[in-house]
Ligand binder design. Sequence first.
Ligand code: FEO
Length: 401
Amino acid sequence: MSAHFRAAKVTDHVYWVGAIDWSLREFHGHLTSRGTTYNAYLILADKITLVDTVKSSFKGEMLSRIASVIDPGDITYIISNHSEMDHSGCLPEVIQAVKPEKVFASVMGASALAEHFRLDQEIVAVKDGESISLGNMNVAFVETRMLHWPDSMFTYLAEDGVLFSQDVFSMHLASTERFDDEIDDDILEDEAAKYFANILLPLSTPVARLLEKVGGLDITKGIVATDHGPIWRKDFSKILDLYSRWAAQEPTEKAVVVYDTMYESTASMARAIAEGLRAGGANAKLLPLRACHRTDVATEMLDAGALLVGSPTFNNNIFPTVADALTYLKGLKPRNLIGAAFGSYGWSGEAVGQVEDVLRGMKVDLVGESVKAKYVPDDEALAQCHSLGVLVAEKLKELCE
Ligand code: FEO
């Protein structure tokens, strides 16, 4: 096999053998503007072990990187930390090509892989806290149920201080650089936040529990080898601190105003609300949905304390882009929010009430009276919007004291 793709050395015993997807621009409904990587790793122990695989279309790239270090036929074990197909898509073909002695996964991972691929190879189920010998070294497994799927687990190679963390601590970022210290800090934080907000936010409670477990592994000075994006080797405590903050979802004095508009009426209401928020001392972030994607809305919510949503009434309904953003946000289950609804209408004006219903369904604590304006908001309607902004800012200040 040609080895024009090269493996990257992580430690004396661990090599990155994944694939770089420069063209991916969407993942489960959110934008991935910098592409992604599917990371797989080789552990060069007595029993050579492959940790995770890659999306099926990238199998050749992964096998080529493996071949730059060893003969792929020398792989004895495969560990599947996560059965989602961006990490297991080529597993059946790799099993067929490599014929490993054993394939390991969590208990739920073993059934998920069987249900995905109907494999002939038996998957050996391992439990939380269990270790296996690779001959001259051991790996231990840490169940991370629901992060990102019920099957997910970490694998820990104590000898080299490497935690294979699959989706957790990942980001969608294609790059020729493999390590955190080779990438600009602002890009790391931006992409990590986008990943957390759009994938892990609804799982904040298991994330908080996991962070306690990870604290017990003493990996802050070690290496965290994720399944997407860079490997953390310099500053893992940075992402650990960010995860603690994001999982807690403590409110801040930041208000996100999400809206769309047909003839600038709802937009002018949004701007009046923003002025009121600022006058009340809050930080206002306006997200007009004709210029912003739902990805941006989710990411901005990560450190927000208030969500204000504006929609014109369109065919007796919420405007489609607003409905899209609300449906997406509802699924991400942001917590600890106050909020309000507003919007213009021509005849019946149902949208504002419908937005209120969705916000209540999201457990957003509605503050003040929603503002509705017929056709074009007059001075009185705009003054109501301004007052609503001031009120939300004052409530945020109380909550953040
Ligand atoms: Fe990267 Fe949950 O898959």
